[in-house]
Design a protein around this ligand. Structure first.
Ligand code: ACO
Length: 344
């Protein structure tokens, strides 16, 4: 048995905002943002769009690809949606905090009647946490065969747009992967699908990246005046240090545990938070920059959506060939981290 990623899709807001546009209303410059982060633009939602809308778009895109490319027997994306057993949605910006899960809204709108659906809150590691959760749910029950794993975030709604050290970093987006339990080998030299995953957390970094308002730690009190919507606060340098260290450790650990060299890995797909984080980790490990897939220039940090957006771009641009070994590396609020090796 193998758990394979068979199709991918994405949904990116059409509104593209360049650094120069931000610099018109904020004390920043295109030069500062590019040189400190590698970001050139970001895509932002309009005020009618919520997390589940983007997630739904990404889901249809992935299901549509599976049908168009003849990867499934179902004749339409709608018919394929009906066969889903699991939907897992990684997000830190759901439609509603608490309940219901945005995954349930997606499940209903897709028309997936026999399906469990849940959100996962693991910051930018949400997609990797989602992959492992969905894989486990498929593996433990014989009757479950198909899952949709989505990463979707609309952090532009939860940012202090006066705080130049955070607001320039984030963009909105969603992407999805169809996961199937197949008869391919999950072990041995011919193994396919997700072959190894490491997940972890370090909650001592609670204060490094958090949304203070809206939760039970800091509830609203009657009469209180709130002049800013709930928004993320970040200790940029602490997150930076954690991210570089974590990327290095995850790459080394995945290779050592799998008993392969870096040459066996076609591409590393890291979370796109800051190009400098990726470059610093690459330099420490002597990995050429071309080995890392990067699209942060266009999308900025789309949080849980960043890795699946990258995967979908690679997939649709012919950069993924059957049999390629791909490494996914994530880190995020929590603090959380995760790494996966998969055979495409
Ligand atoms: N434009 C111009 N100047 C700026 C800006 C800006 N947008 N932002 C900060 N500055 C200024 C600061 O005010 C500071 O000025 P000062 O020296 O006069 O005080 C100066 O630039 C340097 O600030 P630093 O914070 O030291 O800048 P640094 O080089 O550390 O870069 C950054 C900041 C980009 C935030 C970096 O620390 C970083 O990328 N950290 C990781 C962030 C991250 O990955 N977050 C996502 C985590 S994943 C998730 O779950 C969402």
């Amino acid at each position: 048995m193998a758990i394979e990623l068979t199709a991918t899709g994405r949904s990116i807001p059409s509104r593209r905002v360049t650094n120069d546009e931000l610099a018109k209303r904020l004390d920043t410059t295109d030069e500062w943002i590019r040189s400190h982060t590698g970001i050139g633009s970001r895509h932002l939602i309009d005020d009618k769009t919520a997390c589940s809308d983007l997630a739904l778009g990404a889901a249809w895109d992935a299901l549509g690809q599976a049908v168009e490319q003849g990867l499934v027997q179902e004749p339409s994306a709608e018919a394929l949606a009906e066969t889903l057993d699991v939907i897992v949605l990684g997000t830190s910006s759901p439609d509603y905090f608490g309940a219901p899960a945005s995954a349930c809204i997606v499940q209903h709108k897709l028309g997936a009647p026999h399906c469990c659906a849940m959100d996962i809150s693991a910051g930018c590691s949400g997609f990797l946490y989602g992959l492992e959760t969905a894989s486990g749910l498929l593996a433990v029950a014989e009757g479950r065969k198909r899952a949709l794993v989505i990463g979707a975030d609309v952090l532009s709604l939860f940012i202090d747009w006066q705080d130049r050290s955070t607001c320039v970093l984030f963009g909105d987006g969603a992407a999805a992967a169809l996961l199937e339990k197949t008869g391919a080998p999950g072990k041995g030299p011919e193994k396919r699908g997700i072959i190894r995953t490491i997940l972890g957390a370090d909650g001592s970094g609670e204060e490094h990246l958090l949304m203070r308002r809206g939760g039970s730690r800091n509830p609203y009190h009657a009469g209180e005046r709130i002049d800013l919507p709930p928004h993320y606060e970040m200790k940029g340098q602490a997150v930076y240090t954690f991210a570089v260290k974590t990327m290095i450790e995850l790459i080394e650990q995945l290779l050592a545990e799998e008993g392969i060299s870096l040459d066996a890995v076609k591409r590393i797909v890291p979370h796109q938070a800051n190009a400098r984080i990726i470059q610093a980790a690459g330099k420490r490990l002597n990995i050429p920059e071309e080995k890392f897939f990067m699209n942060i220039n266009e999308y900025a940090n789309t949080s849980a959506a960043s890795i699946p957006i990258a995967l979908d771009e690679m997939n649709r641009n012919g950069l993924l060939r059957r049999g390629d070994v791909i490494m996914l590396i994530a880190f995020g609020a929590g603090l959380t981290y995760g790494g996966s090796l998969l055979v495409w």
